[in-house]
Design a protein around this ligand. Structure first.
Ligand SMILES: O=C(O)CCC(=O)c1ccccc1C(=O)O
Ligand SMILES: [Mg+2]
Length: 321
């Protein structure tokens, strides 16, 4: 049995993140602290993304308030699937308890760096390129008009050195006609690794069709936000890339079972979680046997990470839950 506590946190982004879903200014979530009978502590993070169909923060808070204390391993593995971010958090806290995990080297180097959206990329591009060893970058599209974005895109690829790969993430915001235009350009310019979620999740058939007609890869993200959706898309014929955001996918063990059962091409990706969720997500990404694709965790520039005592402060200054 584990005695446990939770704290709600709010973390402002240094610059708002602009995507097809809107402007994002504050990351909110919940930190979980599990205490084993021998005194070992394990940390976990609930970082919901309701735009992707996960539970909301308020649903997660209600769930935490309803959960037993002390908590058994059985109840951790019985968290219902409508709380995927909670499943991830409690399973990661459990893993974090084991000393073997705590001493393991994390932070692999192969990250995809998330660029500022739209024209905001230009003023800082040289600094970003100089500061990063990575060869993979991601740029959000389907935020401004197609004409404007095509124009910016041409200027952007002109300024990228040889050997750089670019991911374009539409967050489901393109039409079929616009997707065809982007895919045609991507096929011609040979610098695009993949286009991520061009159409909304309701248009899987159309994305299957697009994937047959172009050579540039398509990655599903919003369409495969939880374990059930990953399996469903695979069974409906998706053989392209799956973007996996471990913090909202659900059970960690469930995800490992899925990649052992099917030959899935996975790209791991952040939900702008804190270092607690990040550590568990990266640990999971390291267990995935195929390592060719850069991890979508090049997002630390969006936060001020300079306070090593943030967790201690969160625990002592916020209400005791
Ligand atoms: O995947 C990446 O490379 C960066 C992370 C990212 O784009 C993202 C971050 C938070 C919420 C949604 C998304 C997304 O992939 O759509
Ligand atoms: Mg995405």
């Amino acid at each position: 049995m584990y005695f446990w506590q939770f704290r709600v946190y709010q973390r402002p982004l240094l610059h708002p993140l602009q995507t097809h879903h809107g402007l994002w200014e504050i990351r909110e979530g919940i930190i979980i602290r599990l205490e084993a009978e021998d005194g070992r502590i394990g940390w976990g993070e609930i970082a919901p993304l309701p735009e992707f169909g996960s539970e909301t923060l308020s649903a997660a808070i209600l769930f935490c308030k309803s959960l037993e204390n002390p908590l058994s391993i059985t109840s951790i593995f019985s968290i219902p699937e409508q709380f995927p971010a909670c499943q991830f958090a409690f399973e990661s806290a459990l893993e974090d308890l084991s000393i073997e995990n705590q001493s393991r080297e994390l932070e692999p180097k192969n990250y995809s760096y998330l660029l500022p959206t739209g024209a905001a990329v230009f003023p800082c591009l040289d600094d970003i390129l100089a500061a990063n060893q990575t060869n993979t970058y991601k740029w959000k599209i389907a935020v401004n008009s197609l004409a404007e974005e095509l124009n910016l895109f041409e200027k952007l690829i002109d300024r990228l050195p040889r050997g750089i790969k670019l991911r374009l993430d539409a967050n489901g915001g393109l039409s079929i006609a616009e997707s065809k235009i982007w895919l045609k350009i991507a096929d011609e310019c040979q610098i695009i690794e993949f286009i991520e979620q061009p159409l909304p999740p309701s248009q899987l058939e159309e994305m299957l069709q697009l994937s047959q007609n172009f050579t540039t890869g398509i990655a599903l993200d919003e369409s495969v936000a939880n374990l059930r959706q990953i399996e469903e898309c695979y069974q409906r014929g998706w053989r392209g890339i799956f973007v996996i955001k471990p913090a909202i996918t659900g059970s960690i063990q469930g995800l490992i079972n899925l990649w052992k059962k099917y030959p899935l091409d996975l790209v791991f990706s952040s939900v702008l979680e804190t270092n607690i969720g990040r550590k568990s997500a990266l640990r999971l990404a390291q267990e995935y046997p195929k390592k060719e694709r850069a991890l979508g965790f090049g997002v630390q520039q969006w936060f001020n990470n300079s306070d090593p005592d943030w967790l201690e402060k969160l625990w002592t200054t916020s209400a005791n839950n």
